[in-house]
Design a protein around this ligand. Structure first.
Ligand code: HEM
Ligand SMILES: *[C@@H]1O[C@H](CO)[C@@H](O)[C@H](O)[C@H]1NC(C)=O
Ligand SMILES: *[C@@H]1O[C@H](CO)[C@@H](O)[C@H](O)[C@H]1NC(C)=O
Ligand SMILES: *[C@@H]1O[C@H](CO)[C@@H](O)[C@H](O)[C@H]1NC(C)=O
Ligand SMILES: *[C@@H]1O[C@H](CO)[C@@H](O)[C@H](O)[C@H]1NC(C)=O
Ligand SMILES: *[C@@H]1O[C@H](CO)[C@@H](O)[C@H](O)[C@H]1NC(C)=O
Length: 317
């Protein structure tokens, strides 16, 4: 029965292969790697058990992958003689983490289904599982991405939004990736988990006026004007390992950690209403976040015969 289903599916895919060539689908690996999703979920659960923050780090890796020439696992490539990769780009250097977890997941998947599943799909699934395991929404992940054979530090420098951006620039950055204002606000809700470095939130706590005074003061005590660049603070100061809507509640009382966070709610921002909605309605946030994640995961995927299925996520085959 199962094999008949798979055979029919393959036949159908073959018949319409022209039409679906650039499309992703939930059951892309259902014949070729049926255990994929349980394998990834188990590996992510183990990693989060060791360190809860790693879920946030994996989610951010996926975001930084997709915003640089599409979701093609380019961020996972180490530097080579022919290109400098994305790991040392300004937004990633001393910041992007979780690469070893993806290596472990890839090794487990290779054992079960050698040469079949892309690093880009493994990273996309791991990001979804991280959100779910930390208490956030579940969504079905469209699959069938392939892996890039190159990476670009320049593109990473240029395409990933910086925390110094104002709302206008955040909106246009997301628009340049085909994402809406609603996507910007919902996806920024990822900052309900994880940590940021002093060097990233320093301008906001010293120079901005749209910040709660005592909140700024307590942050200034661990993040001085100079030095301690790598000291960490939670993006959601109350529950940085729970995927909830507190990030938005904090914005309403001027307790966003990054300049870019507080830009979404200034009392005069065009996005104030969305922030207020997500602050009072977790279901609405979860629904829009899941939809935004699916849209983000579809940015310029390599499909069909483009790219390759890397055996080692750090290296081109
Ligand atoms: C809207 C524009 C965004 C800006 C300007 C931004 C900026 C930042 C910055 C500066 C950090 C701290 C990095 C460090 O200190 O090393 C950070 C952390 C993080 N970002 Fe964003 N981000 C944005 C959107 C997103 C999106 C769309 C996602 C995912 C859907 C995301 C997920 C995360 C997570 C989970 C962390 C914590 C990572 C960890 O603890 O390892 N961010 N972000
Ligand atoms: C991908 O799927 C969508 C929706 O099913 C369809 O509208 C579109 O034409 C497809 N694109 C390609 C290139 O197959
Ligand atoms: C990355 O960070 C390391 C360690 O702080 C530093 O030595 C190096 O210059 C940085 N690289 C880039 C490209 O900024
Ligand atoms: C990207 O940014 C890094 C860190 O700021 C800088 O050292 C490097 O020159 C930039 N690289 C390119 C290719 O733009
Ligand atoms: C946002 O920043 C850009 C460039 O940094 C600037 O030109 C623009 O005036 C700013 N917009 C607002 C509304 O502050
Ligand atoms: C605050 O703004 C001033 C003036 O623009 C600038 O010189 C300084 O570097 C900024 N301080 C921080 C911590 O960003």
């Amino acid at each position: 029965m199962a094999s008949f289903y798979c055979y029919s599916l393959l036949l159908l895919l073959g018949l319409v292969s022209q039409a679906v060539a650039t499309n992703l689908s939930r059951d892309f690996y259902s014949c070729t790697c049926p255990k994929l999703q349980p394998i990834v979920k188990k590996g992510v659960a183990e990693a989060i058990k060791k360190e809860a923050r790693i879920g946030a780090s994996i989610l951010r890796l996926h975001f930084h992958d997709c915003f640089v020439n599409g979701c093609d696992a380019s961020i996972l490539l180490d530097d080579t003689g022919s290109f400098i990769g994305e790991k040392t780009a300004a937004p990633n250097n001393n910041s992007a983490r979780g690469f070893n977890v993806i290596d472990d997941l890839k090794a487990d998947v290779e054992k079960a289904c050698p040469g079949v599943v892309s690093c880009a799909d493994i990273l996309t699934l791991a990001a979804r599982d991280s959100v779910v395991l930390l208490g956030g929404p579940y969504w079905e992940v469209p699959l069938g991405r392939r892996d890039s054979t190159t990476a670009s530090r320049l593109a990473a420098n240029r395409s990933i939004p910086a925390p110094s951006l104002n709302l206008t620039n955040l909106i246009s950055n997301f628009a340049s990736h085909g994402l809406s204002v609603e996507d910007l606000v919902a996806l920024s809700g990822a900052h309900t988990i994880g940590l940021a470095r002093c060097v990233q939130f320093r301008p906001h706590i010293y120079n901005d006026s749209d910040i709660d005074a005592s909140f700024a003061k307590s942050l200034q005590s661990k993040c001085p004007r100079r030095g301690n660049d790598n000291v960490l603070a939670p993006l959601d100061f109350q529950t940085p390992t729970c995927f909830d809507n507190l990030y938005f509640k904090h914005l309403l009382v001027k307790k966003g950690l990054l300049h870019s966070d507080q830009e979404l709610f200034r009392g005069s921002s065009s996005t104030d209403k969305l922030v207020t909605k997500y602050a009072s309605d977790t279901d609405a946030f979860f629904k829009d976040f899941a939809e935004g994640m699916i849209r983000m995961s579809k940015i310029k995927p390599l499909t069909g015969t483009k790219g390759q299925i890397r055996i080692n996520c750090r290296k081109v085959n």
